[in-house]
Ligand binder design. Structure first.
Ligand code: SF4
Ligand code: SF4
Length: 111
């Protein structure tokens, strides 16, 4: 059963970079879509950096107004605006590990 996050310190799982799936672009986009959808339902980080408003504007401007309405090529706009400050992961997000939604992890095979 899941419970409210942010009650424990975030867990940093090592990147599974030796897994052959790590360089699978289709799986990367699948994981991005999953995490973007969690962020879309939350929006708590809207003011942290440009990545989040860019993502939310793309979703709100799409036909479906959901993540599935955003072209995958436009995902790069969100990615390019992240300068890896770690603020969202370390201070804001209730859904990072140990929360089972595992937001922010590159791969989910550590679940
Ligand atoms: S790591 Fe920093 S720059 Fe990247 S999405 Fe999170 S808050 Fe924005
Ligand atoms: S708190 Fe977590 S789920 Fe919410 S917008 Fe920030 S990174 Fe996304």
């Amino acid at each position: 059963m899941s419970r409210e996050g942010s009650l424990d310190a975030p867990t940093r799982h090592p990147l599974d970079w030796q897994n052959k799936d790590f360089h699978d672009e289709g799986k990367l986009f699948g994981e991005l879509e999953r995490v973007f959808d969690i962020c879309h339902g939350c929006r708590r980080c809207f003011s942290l950096c440009n990545s989040f408003p860019t993502l939310f504007d793309l979703i709100d401007g799409s036909k479906s107004m959901e993540v599935d309405g955003v072209a995958r090529d436009d995902y790069w706009k969100v990615i390019d605006e992240c300068y890896l400050c770690d603020m969202c992961y370390m201070t804001k997000c209730p859904y990072v590990p140990p929360h089972p939604w595992n937001a922010g992890a590159r791969r989910r095979n550590d679940r």
